[in-house]
Design a protein around this ligand. Structure first.
Ligand SMILES: O=C(O)Cc1cc(O)ccc1O
Ligand SMILES: [Fe+2]
Length: 431
């Protein structure tokens, strides 16, 4: 755990040089080492204590020196809500894994939007993307003013050089970069693919625990935030800002990752999804998937998430006299799913690692023919779902499909056929 501090939403403090962090105050007349003090507010000043988020950064230059004159970048596959460019017929949708292009792509031009909903201009909603990249950002830095970014790594290791310190992550882990945090993304290998939820709404937090009590699910101590690390590098660089649904660029002469010390509760973090301790039905029936919520992005309406992040990890299935896979259903919330590795029990075929499925608001879905046949006839003994990690971004907003995703060759034309074999089984003479 070297290089990280543990805990979800803690008030952290860390310094890369001794004495860089002021003691007992935030804004001394002169900071140590000639640093500038700067506050980064992730919530309104007046937010209730439980959701009040801010950090104090002690940096070589204040952020106003990290770009002032911006030019708009040409549009790319990175889109923001509202996005109504595509007019696909409604239906359950599924994609095979999208390939990583041969041409050089960094995060800046390798973010490909799949769905979005809400409105970036009102800080409500989200955009769900895949990143398909084969190049590190070099002297190129990004912060996102539109939302926080939840990275779900699926293939390839990543190193996030953030202004709060360095986060290394591998498939099976997630990384959250809060709104406004500057970073540079470096590849661990030749290429990488994964998913990003860009959350325009309330910042991700841990769900309420109710009768579950203090332990299990995602435990706060497993969330890791980096220790301070800075660059003192003067060289031609570019500061990119995602703002108002566009990408903007400013030329600067140095690295903006120049924070020597910081303290506060608004900072990037990572979490290993294999640390999630599932809780579920121990005797009969199939619980709602909300028991697998890792993080929830709240809206103003209690229990109605702007977006929830839910995982389906390794677990034992023990319910007796129960149809064990997800039930057939229709949902007011809309469900974007991805598969990090393994097999998902409701879809043994066609939903493959790196793939995507979309079951939009009130569109029916459930186990495919094969999964139904198996689950409704198999002799029920305790069985372990092993080597599997699927996830869901579940949102109150209907999800609009992007032009990129609707015209993608990976969109499966025959997805809805996976339920064709569910024939009439009704026999009024057989109770
Ligand atoms: O649609 C899905 O596969 C996700 C899901 C899983 C589950 O266990 C119950 C409901 C649900 O929507
Ligand atoms: Fe579902």
């Amino acid at each position: 755990m070297d290089g990280y501090q543990s805990g979800f939403g803690n008030g952290f403090e860390t310094e890369a040089l001794p004495g860089a962090l002021p003691v007992g105050r935030n804004s001394p007349q002169r900071c140590a080492y000639g640093l500038y003090a700067e506050q980064l507010s992730g919530s309104p000043f007046t937010a209730p204590r439980i959701s009040n988020e801010r950090s104090w950064l002690y940096r070589i230059r204040p952020s106003v020196a990290h770009g002032g004159r911006f030019v708009k970048c040409p549009p790319s596959n990175w889109r923001s809500a509202p996005d109504d460019e595509c007019d696909l017929p409604i239906g359950p949708l599924r994609w095979d894994p999208m390939p990583i292009p041969a041409e050089p792509r960094s995060l800046l031009d390798g973010m490909c939007t799949v769905t979005s909903g809400g409105d970036v201009g009102t800080h409500t909603g989200f955009a769900n993307h895949v990143y398909l990249i084969n190049r590190s950002m070099r002297s190129e830095y990004l912060y996102n003013a539109d939302g926080e970014m939840l990275f779900v790594l699926q293939y390839g290791e990543l190193r996030f050089w953030t202004e709060f310190g360095i986060i290394d992550a591998e498939p099976g882990e997630i990384v959250v970069i809060p709104r406004g945090v500057k970073f540079r993304l470096e590849l661990g290998g030749d290429s990488a693919r994964g998913y990003v939820c860009e959350n325009y709404g309330g910042t991700f937090t841990l769900p309420e625990r109710g009768p579950i009590g203090a332990n299990c699910l995602a435990n706060p101590r497993d969330f890791l935030t980096p220790v301070a690390a800075y660059q003192d590098r003067d060289e031609p660089s570019a500061m990119f800002v995602r703002w108002g649904g566009s990408l903007w660029r400013s030329e600067i002469g140095h690295s903006p990752l120049d924070v020597v010390a910081w303290h506060g509760n608004y900072a990037p973090y990572k979490y290993d999804l294999r640390r999630f301790s599932p809780v579920g039905p121990l005797l009969f029936d199939h619980a709602d998937p909300s028991i697998f919520t890792v993080l929830t992005g709240p809206s103003e309406t209690p229990g109605t998430a702007n977006v929830d992040f839910v995982v389906f990890p390794d677990r034992w299935m023990v319910s007796e006299n129960t149809f064990r896979p997800p039930w057939y259903h229709m949902n007011v919330m809309s469900e974007f799913m991805g598969l990090i590795y393994g097999v998902y029990d409701a879809k043994p075929q066609g939903f493959v690692p790196g793939g995507i499925s979309l079951h939009n608001c009130m569109l029916p879905h459930g186990p495919d023919t094969e999964a139904f046949a198996h689950a409704s006839t198999v002799e029920l003994a305790p069985a372990k779902l092993e080597g599997t990690m699927a996830f869901m971004f579940e949102t109150r907003f209907p999800q609009r499909v992007s032009r990129f995703a609707s015209s993608s060759p990976q969109l499966q034309a025959d997805y809805a056929d996976c339920w064709l074999g569910l024939e009439k089984r009704f026999d009024p003479t057989q109770p």
